[in-house]
Design a binder for this molecule. Structure first.
Ligand code: SF4
Length: 691
């Protein structure tokens, strides 16, 4: 039942990976009043403008309120029967790999768990991938190469305890605003603290930077290789910690062969950075999509991890590499194994013993025999007819996937497409044969995990509108109709969470870092009262940092340094950089409902250097047309030297499949990192002219 009365309820913001605690008070006339939760460790009462405007985005305009089949309203039974029948028939005729789920980093962990269990353990395919592939898959792959596990070693408080914080490819001020506020407050309180921003673009995060390294786009690995070589040259390695590592010599050799000039940085500025990093013990290197969204993103991650490993600056107060996730529950998705190349609870899908253990726990009829198709490969398989039934949940790939026009055509050509969503009319819902109405933030119960491994509750405060149902319930109802009622017979998210926690105990016994088995016996009342906690939570260890003890999750227990040979991005005009703005979220289906949030930036725009604008005869505040052989976008011109010549920037949020549109994902090529499968969304070749 929804909460009523005037008591403030603790819940969690549904936007970025900071995972701020929210106090939401149901109002007598309906709706909510929202403030920051002073007791939540992530934000301590702070909210950014998006979180503060949550109450303005709860209206029912545009909501999908009843199931639809081919555009006509249908009952739940008819819709669920149809989905189950078409998926079962497709699997029977064409095998388990002929179907796929594409899910979301905005799913709650319980939704994610159920979807993953159905696809991997019952259908027997690993064709479940998530929009988190577009966000942080390279960090996952880099962690696993270096640590043997997808472990974020540090905590948010490290940002405040560090003497040097390096932001790499992260506009923290706009994309993780509350962490930026924490960092800015720490720097104000301790002026000796240094902040360095490494970004080809001068962003709002540079406002507190002591040093901005506007390096050549894509040259991050060259920079960190130069740092590793300098660490060695100065004898700044941690000799004791090196004994816990393998691969140092090979990584160092690759670093020494790298030309620091590839960074394009003035020698004096580069030397200043190297000196600052090497001479400061407490260093946090925080990185985000500017590193991950690259055709060599995993190598860039490992180039950063190498420097922290070689100096032993990891898992200690104020020290460590720190991957920030973009989405509210990308971490929870990783924990349940909601990516095509992962198994539940950070177990290894390529390890037969792990697969057998999970199948035994689930007592399930099948198990995916290995990794499935990652997002870009998945939509290619849809296009080629290898995937014949596709269920898209809680995300809008026709607007957000690279090569978005082609992805939209592929979805439109698929034999059977189901979309579960809160909203009735998105670029993707328009392509569905069956639409299933889902509950959203404040209408459902569950958990999310933020970037520092902290699990928090999202709580139901409002009634489900119309006939909307929770995602986990919809998936479980389809599973039951496919003949698997027993494995999906939960009555509440609390029961799903308890099962997930029990499975994590098994995973912990197999060596997984992810273990929350202390919650394995959790009941409904405890789940309702659950306060934010850091994982792991097991008999062996509770919360804290990882790896300061020099023990890693690799087979030999050693951390692995990875030799990185930097790939340099082609430096010819124009390479479009893409990213977020401060006040909008993804494809704006929620933040677009708040006029206040559109006041900051009201329309899609192109940041372009004055030299480029002059050469192209683009007028400030005029319109520019961007095109390539994949798509086209029309953007408002913003002439600024914040960006480098040849490297304009445009935000990702605006949608629309009919021209003219500001949908820049259509321009992004489906080029991916070979290790992680993450698309290179930061470097789309485009042509530009006045519109
Ligand atoms: Fe929400 Fe992120 Fe803003 Fe916190 S920083 S209020 S989690 S959008």
């Amino acid at each position: 039942k929804p909460v009523s009365g005037k008591t403030a309820i603790r819940t969690t913001c549904p936007y970025c990976g900071v995972g701020c605690g929210v106090l939401a008070t149901p109002q007598p006339g309906g709706g909510l009043a929202v403030t920051g939760d002073p007791d939540h460790p992530a934000n301590r009462g702070r909210l950014c403008v998006k979180g503060a405007a949550l109450a303005e985005t709860l209206g029912l305009q545009g909501r999908l309120l009843a199931p639809r089949i081919h555009g006509r309203q249908a009952g739940w039974d008819e819709a669920l029967d149809l989905v189950a029948r078409r998926f079962s028939e497709t699997i029977a005729r064409h095998g388990p790999d002929s179907v796929a789920f594409y899910v979301s980093g905005q799913f709650l962990t319980e939704d994610y768990y159920v979807a993953n269990k159905l696809m991997k353990g019952y259908i027997g395919s690993a064709n479940i991938d998530t929009n988190s592939r577009l966000c942080m898959a390279s960090s996952v792959a880099g962690h696993r190469r270096a640590f043997g596990s997808d472990t974020v070693p540090g905590l948010y408080e490290d940002l405040e305890q560090a003497d040097l914080v390096v932001l790499v490819g992260s506009n923290l001020a706009w994309c993780h605003p509350v962490l930026y506020q924490r960092l800015a407050a720490a720097k104000e309180a301790r002026p000796g603290m240094r902040v360095v921003v490494v970004d080809p673009r001068r962003t709002a995060s540079c406002d507190i930077a002591d040093l901005h390294l506007a390096l050549a786009p894509g040259s991050d690995a060259a920079l960190f290789n130069a740092l590793l070589a300098e660490i060695d040259r100065r004898g700044a390695t941690d000799g004791g910690f090196l004994e816990n590592l393998s691969g140092f010599d090979a990584a160092l050799q690759a670093a020494r062969l790298t030309d620091p000039g590839a960074t394009g940085l003035p020698a004096r500025q580069l030397a200043e950075f190297l000196d600052l990093w090497c001479s400061t013990r407490r260093v946090v290197t925080l990185y985000s999509q500017g590193i991950n969204q690259s055709d060599s993103g995993t190598d860039k991650v490992n180039a950063i991890l190498n420097c922290h490993l070689a100096t032993g600056r990891i898992g200690r107060p104020g020290m460590g590499p720190f991957s920030l996730t973009g989405q509210p529950n990308a971490m929870g998705g990783r924990e349940v194994g909601g990516l095509a190349n992962m198994l539940a609870c950070h177990l290894d899908i390529e390890d037969p013993a792990h697969r057998e253990a999970v199948q035994g726990f689930w007592n399930s009829p099948a198990m995916a025999p290995g990794p499935g198709l990652k997002a870009v490969e998945m939509f290619r398989a849809v296009e080629e007819g290898r995937i014949r039934a596709l269920w898209i949940m809680c995300t809008n790939p026709a607007a957000s996937m690279p090569d978005a026009d082609r992805v939209a055509r592929a979805i439109g050509g698929c034999d059977f497409v189901v979309v579960s969503d809160m909203m009735a009319d998105t670029d993707t819902t328009r392509l569905a044969h069956v639409l299933l109405p889902a509950t959203g933030w404040a209408e459902k119960d569950g958990t999310v995990t933020n970037s520092e491994r902290r699990i928090s509750r999202q709580r139901r405060l409002l009634p489900a509108p119309g006939q909307a149902r929770d995602d986990w319930r919809i998936i479980a109802d389809v599973a039951a109709r496919m003949g698997w009622a027993e494995g999906f017979a939960w009555d509440s998210p609390a029961e799903i969470f308890a099962e997930h926690a029990r499975l994590s105990g098994l995973a912990g016994a197999l060596g997984s870092d992810f273990d929350i088995s202390l919650h394995a016996g959790i009941g409904g009342a405890e789940y309702d009262a659950l306060r934010p906690f850091l994982w792991p939570q097991s008999a062996r260890r509770r919360g804290g940092r990882f790896f300061a003890d020099g023990v890693f999750h690799t087979p030999d227990g050693k951390g692995r340094m990875v030799p990185v040979n930097p790939l340099l991005a082609p430096d010819r005009p124009f390479r479009l950089n893409t990213g977020r703005v401060r006040d909008h979220w993804h494809t704006m289906t929620r933040t677009g409902l708040s006029p206040r949030l559109s006041r900051h930036i009201a329309e899609p725009y192109l940041e372009i250097h004055p030299d480029d604008a002059r050469r192209l005869r683009l007028e400030p505040a005029g319109l520019a047309e961007l095109w390539n052989d994949r798509g086209r976008a029309i953007l408002r011109v913003l002439v600024t030297d914040r960006v480098r010549p040849g490297h304009p920037f445009a935000p990702i949020h605006w949608t629309g499949t009919t021209a003219p549109s500001g949908r820049v994902a259509a321009l992004v090529p489906p080029l991916t990192d070979p290790v992680s499968g993450q698309p290179a969304s930061k470097s789309a070749p485009v042509s530009i002219r006045p519109f």
